[in-house]
Design a binder for this molecule. Structure first.
Ligand code: DC
Length: 221
């Protein structure tokens, strides 16, 4: 099986670029952030805030996370409920960042991700795919873009979905999440030593998709 790790900060265009490239290559696209968001959603629904002042292990025991591919698109399920849309709010984003810093949560989701890569050709999008989840991935990319560009993209995306957030809020959210994700003790966001840097600043999504497909094809054929 071929596995391609795509790590990088929030809003770098990873998911859109990876989806487009996976389709062209006939791989499945795995969005691992959605798994952390699903766990985070459960904590939100239980009424916790991002301090997570609670018994994480006990709550994890009440959670079943499933991932299914319907018409080639990933859906995530929380105890049988399709929460693929519900995990996309700013609150769920912040909670995902908070739960993802907790070792029991990372351990809880690890095997599920590895199993997907054992059984399929995958393009797996996350923060620690090349460093922790799939250290032997066939190829590893670290996808980046400037904070301004990432905030602009995320802001447009949220506006299109009818959200009333301000650009400043989105910018701050991205900065906070970058800081949390790269300073946590466990599996911090950082490029694997053998990863290829892939900067999407200034490129349209289609250009980035084309560049990624080219970069992959050059290396696996
Ligand atoms: O990619 P995303 O924005 O949907 O990810 C949501 C959060 O989950 C993000 O703050 C970091 C975390 N995450 C992680 O720690 N490890 C991953 N492999 C994927 C996401």
């Amino acid at each position: 099986m071929i596995s391609i790790a795509l790590d990088g900060p929030a809003g770098a265009g990873k998911s859109t670029v990876a989806k487009g490239a996976a389709k062209a290559l006939g791989f499945i696209y795995v969005d691992t952030g959605a798994l952390y968001r699903t766990v985070g959603l459960k904590f939100l629904r239980e009424g916790y805030d991002t301090n997570l002042d609670c018994h994480i292990d006990a709550i994890l025991k009440t959670i079943e996370v499933d991932i299914k591919f319907i018409d080639g698109t990933q859906h995530v399920f929380l105890n049988g409920e399709d929460v693929s849309e519900a995990i996309r709010t700013p609150e769920a984003s912040m909670m995902a960042s908070a739960v993802s810093a907790k070792p029991p949560v990372r351990a809880f989701l690890l095997e599920m991700q590895r199993k997907l890569a054992r059984e399929n050709n995958v393009l797996m999008d996350g923060r620690d795919i090349g460093t922790v989840v799939l250290p032997n991935a066939t190829l590893k990319f670290f996808v980046t873009a400037s904070v301004e560009e990432r905030a602009t993209r995320r802001y447009k995306e949220l506006k299109e979905k009818g959200s009333d957030v301000s650009y400043e809020e989105v910018y701050k959210d991205i900065e906070t999440r970058d800081y949390n994700d790269s300073h946590r003790e466990i599996a911090p966001l950082k490029p694997a030593e053998d990863s290829i840097m892939f900067d999407t600043t200034g490129n349209t999504l289609q250009e980035s998709i084309d560049n990624l497909i080219k970069a992959i094809k050059e290396r696996i054929n």
